[in-house]
Design a protein around this ligand. Structure first.
Ligand code: PEP
Ligand code: MN
Length: 346
């Protein structure tokens, strides 16, 4: 429910509406408090309560109209917040005018390895270092990451390069540990609907990057982000990383339309991971630039100094040189489309 107050309403009248909502055990949210006060109630309400609240509030002084969110996602929606959300991480502004590129290995494999890759991606122009310490693997016998030792190596690489870090957290129990090291908490595709994990991340004050599940719709992705915002953490970004289709030549199929679609429905930034989308390093460059052209706020790219020896995802990992080549084209593509979507989904 969305309550729009009259432009000339008084503070006391707003207070009375808020109190009436609270008296029913509900939590009113201030959607806008500037030119015109707009109050939201995001909880799903029984039909009878909606009717009762509607008739009560409509006759209160200072109230102009009452509407609905129009979708089951609310806090992530553009009806809740029309301006785009920006998230400051280190010296970068995710969701701001320039795309933010996150790069690094699939997994942290050793102290020396991550230091070398961190230096290389920094030199190529990456703004955030990626690297998994807790790895979700299809087989329990595959390399599953160095755990806390990996986080320590990431932290050291971050101190050396000045790059903030994004790293995956697999379980709700690990959230406090990973949050001590990470600048951005990554929720992996396989965990997109791990609601306990989403809530645990929502209870932190760390920015979160939520990857689209392999079989998840855009609507489900929006609702997963809603879980995090509903707990009070609104610094969330989406990551489109390809979905499973009948095509087997690529690892997944990048849903490029998810970029403008997510931006149409939500104020949150959208990142694209071309590496997991295509699974083949020779395809990463074209797809990365296509994502920027579609209006993505940034990229997450896997880079390894020796991809053929990588413990995981070597086939899709770029050498630092190949990554640098993409980075040289990102600003030009971003500039070419900077004004292209005005008035549209952007
Ligand atoms: C990763 O980023 O290395 C990863 C495991 O990604 P996803 O969750 O998208 O498969
Ligand atoms: Mn990977």
């Amino acid at each position: 429910m969305v309550i729009v107050m009259r432009e000339d309403c008084r503070k006391k009248q707003v207070g009375e509406v808020l109190a009436a909502i609270r008296r029913r055990g509900l939590k009113p949210r201030m959607i806008s408090a500037t030119s015109r006060v707009v109050i939201g109630i995001v909880e799903d309400l029984a039909g009878s309560l909606v009717e009762e609240l509607r008739s009560l509030i409509l006759q209160m002084d200072g109230v102009e109209s009452i509407g609905t969110f129009g979708a089951s996602w609310k806090l992530v929606s553009r009806s809740f917040r029309n301006e785009r959300t920006t998230i400051r991480v280190g010296s970068s502004l995710i969701g701001g005018p320039d795309p933010v590129v996150m790069a690094g290995p699939c997994a942290v494999e050793s102290r020396e390895g991550i230091m070398e890759i961190a230096q290389a991606v920094k030199e190529a122009g990456a703004a955030v270092l990626r690297g998994g310490a807790f790895k979700p693997r299809t087989s329990p016998y595959s390399f599953r990451g160095l755990g806390e030792e990996g986080l320590e190596h990431m932290a050291e690489a971050s101190r050396m390069t000045g790059l903030p870090i994004v790293t995956e957290v697999l379980t709700p129990e690990d959230v406090p540990l990973v949050a001590r090291y990470a600048d951005i908490l990554q929720i992996g595709a396989r965990n997109m609907q791990n609601f306990a994990l989403l809530e645990a991340v929502g209870d932190t004050d760390k920015p979160a990057l939520i990857k689209r599940g392999l079989m998840a719709t855009v609507k489900e992705l929006l609702l997963s982000a809603e879980y995090i915002l509903a707990r009070g953490n609104s610094r969330v970004m989406f990551c489109e990383r390809g979905i499973r289709t009948f095509e087997t030549e690529t690892r997944n199929t990048l849903d490029i339309s998810a970029v403008p679609l997510l931006k149409q429905h939500s104020h949150l930034p959208v990142i694209v991971d071309p590496s997991h989308a295509v699974g083949k390093r020779e395809l990463v460059s074209a797809v990365a630039l296509a994502a920027i052209a579609a209006g993505a706020d940034g990229l997450m790219v896997e880079v390894h100094t020796n991809p053929d020896k990588a413990f995981s995802d070597g086939r899709q990992s770029l050498t630092p040189e190949a990554f640098h080549a993409i980075m040289r084209h990102v600003p030009a593509v971003a500039a070419a489309v900077a004004t292209a979507y005005n008035g549209g989904a952007q």
